[in-house]
Design a protein around this ligand. Structure first.
Ligand SMILES: Nc1ncnc2c1ncn2[C@@H]1O[C@H](COP(=O)(O)OP(=O)(O)O)[C@@H](O)[C@H]1O
Ligand SMILES: [Mg+2]
Length: 432
C-alpha cells in the first residue's frame, strides 16, 4: 500500500512543475490515519515559492504539518483528487478500490489546480497530450457503457478509450466528463447521462449564459454536437494557454476554504455569509468577490439551484493571491413545493430558505446596503423571470424540456414573507 509521495506544483507564470513537499500517511496508536506534510528546503529556497493553500498549508516553513480528518489527506490536496466519476474510471482501470493517496497518484495530470503527485523526486514533464474533440464519440460511448455497468464495447477499442478517458478523469464532480483541448484551450466536457430527464448540457449552458446576463462572473461555455448528442464545454478557469504550455492556477474548493465537512450530514460551516467573511480576510479582491458571491446566491435562489454545496464553489490563485473563482455547475431543480425552497448552504438569518427576505438579512456581510441589495434582487428577478425561457430556447433547449424545468424559475415562495398569507401571494403567470 502506498503511503508516501511527493507533491509538485506548477508555480505562477511558469509551465513546468517543481517539487514542493512530501506527504506521508500513517496510523497513530489508536489506528487513526494521520497525514504529515512538509515543504522541502529546496522549494522554500525558491524566491518565487508560494503556499499551496491559504489555510493549513499557508505557512511556508519546514515544520511538519499534521492533519487527521475523515481522511489523512489535507483538504486542499484532496481538492486535486477525482470524485465519483473519476474514481469509477480509475477503479475500472486498476481493478478495485484504492486508498486516498492512490487516487491522487493514479489520476492523470489534468486535475483541477496547480498540484501534481508522484513517487519520484523529479516531477514528470507536463502533459502535452489531451483529448481532442475528434475523440468525443468514442468517449461518449464508453461513458454510457460505464454508467450502465455494461462491458465496454470491443476490448481493443475499449482499452484505447480507457487510456483516453484517463487523460481526463481527475476533475471532480459526479457527472460523466472529460477534459478536452481545442484551438481555444482546455475545456471541461460534460456529457449527457442515459438517465437524464432533460437536455442537461444545453440547460446548463443556458444557465451559465443567464448568469452572465444577471451580472455574474460565470464560466464561459459552449455546446459541441457529437454525433447528434450535445456535450457541454466549460472553459477551464484554472488553466491558461501560453506559448510553451499551460499556466496553472492553484485551486481549492469552498469545502477547504470554509474548513467545512464534505458531507451534508454536517452542514455546520456550509454558509454563504461565512464564506463572505472568509473572503473578506483572504481574497485579494474581497470587496468585489463578496458582492459577486451575493449575486450568485440570489441567482441560485431564482433558478432553484439547490445543488450549490461548497464543492460547487472554488477559489483560484495566480501570483497575486487567492480570489473567488467564476461560477460553475449551475443547474435548475424543478420542485413541486411552491412555498419554501432551500439551498444547500445557509443564506441568511432564516437559514437555508431561498427567499427574498432571507437573502436581505445578511446583505451587509457581502458588502451591500439593504436598499441596493433589494433593488438588485428585483432586477435579477425580473431578468430571470422574463428571459429564462427565451435564453433556453435560443440555445436549443426544446419546448418540452423548458416545460419540465419551468417551475424552477422564480418560484412563488421566493417573494413570500412570513407575515403574508400564502393565499394572498400572486399566482405565477407561465412564461410560455
Ligand atoms: N470552468 C472550470 N474550470 C476549472 N475547474 C472547473 C470548472 N468547472 C468545474 N470545475 C471543477 O470540476 C469539478 C466538476 O465540475 P462540475 O461542473 O461541478 O461537475 P458535476 O456536475 O459533475 O458536479 C468542480 O467541482 C470543480 O472543481
Ligand atoms: Mg459539481
Amino acid at each position: 500500500m502506498t503511503s508516501e509521495c511527493y507533491v509538485y506544483v506548477t508555480l505562477p507564470e511558469t509551465t513546468e512543475p517543481v517539487v514542493a513537499a512530501r506527504l506521508k500517511v500513517s496510523s497513530d496508536h489508536q489506528g487513526n490515519q494521520v497525514g504529515q506534510f512538509v515543504y522541502g528546503n529546496s522549494y522554500l529556497a525558491r524566491p518565487n515559492c508560494v503556499p499551496l493553500d491559504p489555510g493549513r498549508l499557508a505557512v511556508l516553513d519546514n515544520k511538519v504539518k499534521q492533519y487527521a480528518g475523515t481522511s489523512a489527506i489535507f483538504p486542499s490536496l484532496r481538492d486535486a483528487a477525482p470524485d465519483r466519476w473519476g474514481r469509477l474510471i480509475i477503479e475500472r482501470e486498476f481493478g478495485g478500490e484504492l486508498n486516498e493517496l492512490e487516487y491522487l497518484l493514479y489520476s492523470p495530470d489534468d486535475r483541477a489546480g496547480a498540484l501534481a503527485f508522484g513517487l519520484n523526486s523529479v516531477p514528470p514533464a507536463p502533459l502535452w497530450q489531451f483529448n481532442r474533440t475528434l475523440q468525443l464519440p468514442e468517449l461518449l460511448e464508453t461513458s454510457d457503457a460505464l454508467l450502465k455497468k455494461e462491458p465496454v464495447p470491443d476490448p481493443i477499442v475499449a482499452q484505447q478509450v480507457q487510456k483516453l478517458h484517463l487523460l481526463g478523469t481527475s476533475m471532480g464532480g459526479a457527472r460523466p466528463k472529460t477534459v478536452v483541448e481545442d484551438e481555444e484551450g482546455l475545456w471541461l466536457a460534460k456529457f449527457t447521462r442515459p438517465d437524464d430527464a432533460w437536455d442537461n448540457p444545453r440547460v446548463e449552458h443556458a444557465m451559465l449564459e443567464l448568469a452572465l446576463s444577471c451580472g455574474l462572473s460565470a464560466s464561459r461555455s459552449k455546446i459541441v454536437d457529437v454525433g447528434g448528442r450535445p456535450v457541454l464545454f466549460v472553459k477551464r478557469f484554472d488553466r491558461e494557454r501560453v506559448d510553451d504550455g499551460y499556466l496553472r492556477h492553484r485551486m481549492i474548493s469552498a469545502v477547504t476554504f470554509l474548513d467545512a465537512s464534505e458531507s451534508s450530514a454536517d452542514r455546520t460551516r456550509w454558509s454563504y455569509p461565512l464564506l463572505a467573511d472568509e473572503l473578506r480576510r483572504t481574497d485579494i479582491d474581497q470587496a468585489n468577490s463578496r458582492r459577486e458571491l451575493f449575486r450568485r446566491v440570489v441567482f441560485n435562489a431564482l433558478i432553484s439551484n439547490v445543488d450549490d454545496h461548497p464543492r460547487n464553489h472554488a477559489l483560484i490563485a495566480d501570483a497575486g493571491g487567492w480570489r473567488l473563482a467564476p461560477a460553475y455547475d449551475l443547474v435548475p431543480t424543478p420542485m413541486i413545493a411552491q412555498d419554501g425552497r432551500t439551498l444547500a448552504m445557509v443564506v441568511g438569518d432564516q437559514g437555508r430558505v431561498a427567499t427574498r427576505d432571507n437573502l436581505l438579512t445578511e446583505c451587509a456581510r457581502f458588502g451591500y446596503e439593504w436598499d441596493e441589495a433589494s433593488s438588485l434582487i428585483d432586477e435579477m428577478r425580473s431578468i430571470v423571470e422574463n428571459t429564462w425561457y427565451n435564453t433556453c430556447r435560443s440555445l436549443g433547449v426544446i419546448p418540452a424540456d423548458c416545460e419540465q424545468i419551468a417551475n424552477a424559475f422564480v418560484y412563488p415562495g421566493f417573494q413570500w414573507r412570513d407575515d403574508i398569507d400564502a393565499d394572498e401571494a400572486p399566482v405565477p403567470v407561465p412564461n410560455f
